[in-house]
Design a protein around this ligand. Structure first.
Ligand code: ATP
Ligand code: MG
Ligand code: MG
Ligand code: MG
Length: 436
């Protein structure tokens, strides 16, 4: 992509109303623009990151055996009356009346819709187990939307729903999601720690939240410091027994403030780390909470009807864009982990319009594109070198290739690593070999 033809409104000034660094950087680096409170436009650069995160989340859901579907954003209130949640959900639900005076709503979550879908299709225990997931926009009329996409009103969630014959099966489904989440966050380049969590309006009794530690997090967290060093197991067999992995991760103390036990602090002493965290994922097992009132049953092996055991599993896809920036930035701007970076390489032409640097840049650009490397080429003729450097640091692409007249005369360009700041002069071919 050529910057001269892109849509990248970089801001020099720090937006006054943005209170946390990720929100400021998302506005300054031209990732998002607010439409109205808690509702955002995703600009090209931000949308690329959102799609990369979405794709990693999707691949890890697929790997765990979940099956992707897409449910509607606008839902019928009748289903929520069946489950008993229509009144309970309160003001966070955006309620809509259609032209026939029917009560509708913009979905804050999809337990009711998926239970209705499943009961209309599943007939017997042979249709189990299943895990259906989607990546879909939600609306919650948050009292205080803030911190940009971290607490939006409209936001993108990956939500999965598991269906099993009994509690033991549901536990296996829960463990699959638990491990899929560990893998997902590791691939996204962030450390998200599973913690025992309260279940809130979704209900149920077994639940973990996954939190990224960050000073600006909205939850207080208390963790045994050993949890911080845990690693994610490679090459998990999702058909095997995952309980040992889950037990390993949950053996050390880790709780959000809602679940924190007074005595734990004294008992753990110096091993207890008290910090703040951002909730990026949440998994629940809630048994027959929805299947029973909504009549989602299948015929068991003996032919008698059984209420299906369910769980639900969310990841805040759009919140993750902000959360990753909270964890990955420096004074100059964003420092994207390579897996989610909007482009891998930023190509800077220090003298756009000069025949020599133009020729080298055009050649590098064409060859990188041909090799399938995502490149953003700063070919702007009306920007000075200093502004080009600042923009590239701000948007945080992992690699910068800097092409100037002196280097070109000597047959070299500079390759800069955004994360370490390390710069090396290399021949054009050596640069291509490193990046492609
Ligand atoms: P929170 O405690 O932050 O309000 P929640 O517990 O209400 O979140 P869940 O119902 O568990 O949220 O939804 C699953 C995931 O969706 C959360 O873990 C979070 O990452 C994301 N999420 C929830 N609310 C928002 C929001 N307003 N903006 C962006 N992401 C959100
Ligand atoms: Mg909430
Ligand atoms: Mg929560
Ligand atoms: Mg939650």
């Amino acid at each position: 992509m050529r910057l001269s033809r892109y849509f990248l409104p970089v801001l020099k000034e720090t937006p006054a109303d943005a209170q946390i660094v990720s929100h400021r950087l998302m506005l300054r680096a031209g990732l998002i623009r607010q439409h109205t409170a808690g509702i955002y436009n995703w600009l090209p650069l931000g949308y690329r990151v959102l799609r990369k995160i979405e794709q990693i989340v999707r691949e890890e859901q697929d790997r765990s055996g979940a099956v992707e579907i897409l449910m509607p954003t606008v839902q019928s209130a009748d289903l929520w009356r069946e489950s008993g949640r229509y009144e309970d959900y309160g003001k966070e639900m955006l309620r809509i009346v259609d032209r026939h005076e029917r009560d509708m709503l913009y979905g804050p979550t999809h337990e009711e819709v998926v239970t209705d879908l499943f009961r209309s299709i599943a007939r017997s225990y042979k249709d189990l187990p299943r895990n259906l997931y989607q990546i879909q926009w939600k609306f919650r009329d948050e009292v205080r939307p803030r911190f940009g996409v971290m607490r939006g009103r409209e936001f993108l969630m990956k939500d999965a729903y598991s269906f099993d014959l009994d509690e033991a099966g549901a536990r296996r489904a829960y463990n699959k999601m638990f491990v899929a989440y560990l893998n997902t966050f590791a691939r996204l380049g962030v450390k998200a720690i599973p913690m025992r969590a309260a279940t809130g309006p979704i209900g149920g009794n077994l639940s973990h939240e996954f939190l990224i530690l960050a000073e600006t997090g909205e939850s207080g967290v208390f963790v045994h410091k050993g949890v911080l060093d845990k690693t994610v197991p490679a090459d998990v067999d999702f058909d095997g027994d995952l309980q040992p992995i889950v037990d390993d991760w949950t053996s050390l103390y880790a709780a959000t403030d809602e679940m924190h036990e007074e005595g734990a602090g004294a008992e753990l002493g110096d091993d207890l780390v008290s910090a703040r965290g951002i909730e990026v994922g949440h998994i629940f097992y809630f048994g027959t909470k929805y299947s029973k009132p909504m009549g989602c049953t299948v015929a068991g092996p003996d032919g008698a009807p059984v209420d299906v055991h369910m769980g639900s599993y969310g990841i805040g896809v759009s919140r993750l864009v902000g959360a990753i920036i909270e964890a990955c930035h420096d004074e100059a701007g964003i420092v994207w982990p390579e897996e989610v970076a909007p482009f891998k390489v930023g190509l800077i032409n220090l003298k756009s319009g000069a025949a020599e640097t133009d020729a080298v840049c055009e050649d590098l650009y064409a060859k990188l594109e041909k090799a399938g490397v995502d490149v953003l080429y700063d070919d702007r003729a009306d920007e000075r070198a200093g502004a080009k450097f600042a923009t590239m640091d701000l948007i945080g692409l992992p690699w910068q290739v800097i092409v100037g007249p002196k280097g070109v005369a000597a047959g070299v360009a500079e390759l800069k690593n955004r994360a370490t700041g390390e710069r090396v002069e290399l021949s054009f071919d050596a640069i291509l070999a490193r990046l492609a």
